[in-house]
Design a protein around this ligand. Sequence first.
Ligand code: NDP
Length: 454
Amino acid sequence: MKANKMKKSEKLNLEDFMAGLVKRNPGETEFHQAVEEVAATVIPHINKNPVYLENQILERMTEPDRTIIFRVCWEDDTGKIRTNRGYRVQFNNSIGPYKGGLRFHHSVNLSILKFLGFEQTFKNSLTTLPMGAGKGGADFNPKGKSEREIMRFCQSFMTELSKHIGQNIDVPAGDIGVGAREISYMFGQYKRLKNEFTGTMTGKALEFGGSLIRKEATGYGAVYFMEEMLKHRGDSIEGKNCLVSGSGNVAQFAAQKIIQLGGKVLTLSDSSGFIYDPKGINEEKLNYIIDLKTNKRGRISEYAKKYKCTFHEGKRPWTIKADLAFPCATQNEIELKDAHHLVKGDIIAIAEGANMPTTNEAIEAIRKANIPFAPGKAANAGGVAVSGLEMTQNSIRLAWSREELEERLKNIMRDIHQQCVNYGTEKKQVDYVKGANIAGFVKVADAMVAYGAV
Ligand code: NDP
């Protein structure tokens, strides 16, 4: 049937679409949540462009290209054999090789990896670089494990994963629980199994193909994005009080860039609670946290003891009054009640450093209050963007300077912001959720239309 003769009933509607998705993917609540957030803003755009309807683009985009699930056996220090479950969800390679992180955390399951892989499709598209989307990991908890146990786990995990990845196929990176140490063990095993030295993983150490700025990129990128949002309203980060959650990779470097741009970081957190330092976390105090979390694997509460400020056990930082919020820990850490606190506390803008840290109800409340809200797929895309630049440097066998990479990162974040403005502006207000979703969608969708039914 010709597109322009389509009947009204053939248009997509959110409720029916979600009912079908939930039926096909029972129990995958995080995946449902991520799809609903995108579908709500993309469906009206699809209905105005029948070519996407005719080609069932949203139905196809919400079905991963393939899902690989495997057993990971390893031996602990007592000689006991342990078993975990490994995953790689190769979501969409329409615009480049699958690309996305590996997460090692006890909570990892298929729903979480599908939500992350789906989000990655839009995020990678927004970076303007040629990267498809994937996500993987294992329900392995690195906390409390010895160095040797981590090495043995990573090697066993890579023994299976190596069959499914490659520099032109799928290029994994880090995520929660997977930092430089784990990437090194996995890349070492990959190299040994394949007898080749190619840029098949990103986030590598500088000595063997890693890129400068990669470790800073996600946090820095989120702050650059915030700076763009504020600039759009004639404002800046300078002098602003900021709430940051998390104290891992993203949070640390978001805090560092906020400090460099003249903002004041009041909070940081981990899975046991948050610290509130009304004097502000300066560069020296932040270095203590980076060392504590990266090298000593300590708890954020130790900061409160050392610098004599308060530690709020089991709580999140959103009740503290501030100007800007950067959720940088994990998914669903801003729920509806937290959003109400933020709105009442006079927050003027929010940028997600983590993936899906805000629930859909909370996003709705924030948007209703007219607070600029940058979704993770736009605001935290700096990490994967510099991973893309690591792939480029590996391919051309050159390493760019810190200045060159930071400039490229800034330009990419500026470009993503502009795409959000182009697709999300209504009555002079920018809806960043809508802008990011549609801009990310269009590029992948057009590639899928061009390929035909594949
Ligand atoms: P890390 O493992 O380095 O840090 C995660 C932080 O979040 C830690 O402070 C951790 O606390 C805290 N955390 C974990 N689970 C919970 C929980 N249930 N409640 C409260 N705090 C929790 O991970 P990253 O910084 O790399 O990643 C953070 C987020 O950013 C994730 O959503 C990730 O997907 C996303 N992201 C990361 C990118 C990257 O380049 N690293 C790129 C794009 C997105 P604790 O120390 O107690 O475990």
